[in-house]
Design a protein around this ligand. Sequence first.
Ligand code: IPM
Ligand code: MG
Length: 364
Amino acid sequence: MKSFRIAVLPGDGIGPEVMAEARRVLAAVETKFALKFELNEARVGGAAIDADGHALPAETLRICGESEAILFGSVGGPKWESLPPHEQPERAALLPLRKHFGLFANLRPAICFPKLTHASPLRADLVEGGFDVLCVRELTGGLYFGQPKYCRDENGEMTAVDTMVYKKSEIERIAHVAFKAAQGRRKRLTSIDKANVLENSVLWRKTVIEISAQYPDVTLNHLYVDNAAMQLIRNPKGFDVVLAENLFGDILSDEMAMIAGSLGMLPSASLGLKETPLGRFGLFEPSGGTAPDIAGKGIANPIAQILSAAMMLRYALGEPKAAEAIECAVRGVIDSGLRTSDIFSEGTRRVGTAEMGAAIAAGV
Ligand code: IPM
Ligand code: MG
C-alpha cells in the first residue's frame, strides 16, 4: 500500500471546518484507491499567534519539511488585523512558507461551472456555458521579495521602496510550467506584462518568446496587464492559460476568481523546486480567505478545500486517478443539485458544509 505524509494546516476562520471535509474525502480516497495518508496537523496563522506567539512556528515548518505536501486552509481575521503588518497571519505565515520551500509556481484555476453561471457577477451572455481559465502566477519573485525593501526617513521625508527584480532563469522556469499546462489543455497561452513601461516586463516578454520555441503546439500571445484586466471581463471564454509575474498574477487571479462566481469553489497549488519521484513538493490551498463572517456556522462551501486536495494528489503525489475521482464527485454533487449558500439558486437544495463534504466523499 502506498503511503504519503501530508502536513495539514487548517489555520483560521472557516479553515478548520472546510479542512474537516477535505479529510473526510481523503479518507474515502484511501479506501477506494488503497492509499494511506498520514495526516499531520500543525498550527498556522492567527491560531499559531495565539498559541505559540508566531504565525509560523518552527514546529509547523518542521512538520511541513518532513511531508510530501502541505494541505493548507486559510489564515487571517479581524482579531489579528491590528498587529504590525509583518506579524499578521498572511504576511508572517504565507510569504515565509512560499520562500522557505521555493514555491515559485502558483496555479489558480478559475472555473465557472455551466450550472453555476448565475453566481458570476458578469452578464449572462458573457458566461453562458461557463469558462475555464488557468492563471499561472510567479510566486517567489518580483516586488514581493525584491531587495532593497524599506520605509524610512530620507532627507527629512518618509520614503518607501519596493524593488521589482526578475532573473531570466526565474522567468524561464515559470514559463515552462505555463507552457506545459497549456499543452495539457486548449494549447493557448496569454503572457501578461507591462513591457511598454517596465524593464522587468521587457525581459519577461523576450524570455517567454524564447521559451515558446520549445512548445510549437502552443499559441502564444501577449497582453499589457491593464488591457488584460479588461479583456478577461469582456470575454473570459477567450482565454485558456494566463501567465503573469507575482503582483500582476495576484491581482488578475482575484479578478478571475470573482468573475468565476464562487470563491468557495476554487482551489490552488503552489509548487516548489523540489521534485520527488511522485511530483513536486507543494502547498495546496483554497483561493478564498478565512471568511470570518460565516466561520463556525457550518455553512461554508468546502469544495475549494476538497479540490485543493485533488490538486495535491495530481501534482505532488502522482495520483491523477484519485484526483479525477474527487473532481468527478464534485461535478456529480453539483449536477445533483446540492448547493451551499454561496452558490444557491431557486430549485436547488441548500446544504451545509458537512452535508456537502459527505456527499462528495460518498461520490468518490
Ligand atoms: C494571495 C494573497 C497573498 C498574496 C497575501 C495574503 C500575502 O493575496 O495568496 O493571493 O498577495 O500573495
Ligand atoms: Mg491575492
